[in-house]
Ligand binder design. Structure first.
Ligand SMILES: *Cc1c(COP(=O)(O)O)cnc(C)c1O
Length: 339
């Protein structure tokens, strides 16, 4: 199936491939609330094994997966340390606080997406009734497309263990980090107690995330998932898409990274335009505010969908090929040649 629009807003806009739809249609299913869906069970088993964790749980969305994880790690009145720009803090409606009664302690991220260790250390509250109980560090990898250095994660993990804190990874795009770093998923996940992985981003499925952790942690998360309304029935149709993606859509993330690099290279050097990246499958471009409306119109006319603003994020994915990247570059260069 070809799609004429070139949609660079996010890697969530992909359509399931014909082969993925075939796998979904053929899925063996059961009622997953009873634990009866063999395809869901297979996906959970497989991702837990790949992540080097004991158990896993299929979740309807990354947001619900992170929330269930935070609620499993933290009780009412507990606190988690999180980056100011982290998805769980900034882009999930404040769910940890609103639904989990968990206090977020946001900390300014460094340019590279890490949270400086000294700031994490300083944010841990003393054991005193005045304070929320600090329980957890939540990191994100990739964050803004950037791969978090594994040596840094090891340092945070050492600190967290010593301070008695758990470690959660929002790994919505962890497979991008895996492919970019050359590490295995188990290696990337080793310093964490839990990891949430999106199937519906770069992996290209229509729906789904998977939460991995210890058996006890997954049992607790299972209870929260039910309460949050995430208990699904014949979810094997969705899990089959995930299994298909693990077989066919992981290694190809390298193509998305190459396309992002090509896009960044093609846009570099335009007067007044600043290009940051490529960071895995993302490129950030600052256009002069005066150009934004004109450029947005020009892209739209060319069938290119992007959230054009002074700070524009372009995301490459399964439904963007190299020729389409070249069309995007040519369209933007032409705009700047004939304003
Ligand atoms: C997309 C995303 C999520 C949430 O996933 P949804 O399935 O959209 O709820 C969480 N964290 C990060 C880093 C994401 O990019």
């Amino acid at each position: 199936m070809t799609h004429t629009l070139i949609d660079l807003r996010s890697d969530t806009v992909t359509r399931p491939t014909a082969a993925m739809l075939t796998a979904m249609a053929a899925a063996e299913v059961g009622d997953d609330v009873y634990g009866d869906d063999p395809t869901v069970n297979r996906l959970q088993y497989r991702l837990a094994e790949m992540a080097g964790m004991d158990a896993a749980l299929f979740m309807p969305s990354g947001t619900q997966s992170n929330l269930a994880a935070l609620m499993a790690h933290c009780a009412r009145g507990d606190e988690y340390l999180v980056g100011q720009h982290a998805h769980t803090y900034k882009y999930e409606g404040g769910g940890a606080a609103v639904l989990g009664s968990i206090q977020p302690q946001p900390i300014e991220n460094a340019e590279d997406g890490t949270i400086p260790l000294a700031k994490l250390r300083a944010a841990v509250k003393p054991h005193d009734d005045h304070f929320a109980r600090t329980r957890l560090v939540a990191l994100e990898n990739t964050i803004g497309g950037q791969v978090i250095p594994q040596a840094y994660v090891e340092e945070v993990s050492t600190f967290a263990r010593a301070a008695g804190l758990g470690m959660h990874l929002d790994g919505a795009r962890v497979f991008n980090a895996v492919v970019a770093s050359g590490l295995s998923l188990a290696e990337v996940c080793a310093p964490y107690d839990s990891v949430s992985i999106c199937l519906s981003k770069g992996l290209g499925t229509p729906v789904g995330s998977v939460l991995c952790g210890s058996r006890g942690f997954i049992e607790t998360s299972h209870r929260w998932r039910k309460m949050l309304g995430g208990g699904l029935r014949q979810a094997g149709i969705l899990a089959a898409a995930g299994l298909h993606a693990l077989d066919h859509h992981v290694d190809r993330l390298a193509d998305d990274h190459a396309n992002a690099a090509r896009l960044a290279e093609g846009l570099r050097g335009i007067d007044g335009v600043t290009v940051r990246g490529p960071f895995t499958n993302m490129v950030f471009v600052d256009f002069p505010p005066a150009n934004v409306d004109g450029l947005a119109t020009r892209l739209k006319v060319a069938g290119i969908v992007a959230s054009v603003g002074a700070h524009t994020r372009f995301v490459t994915h399964l439904d963007i090929d190299r020729a389409q990247v070249d069309r995007v570059i040519a369209t933007i260069l032409a705009f700047y040649a004939r304003p």
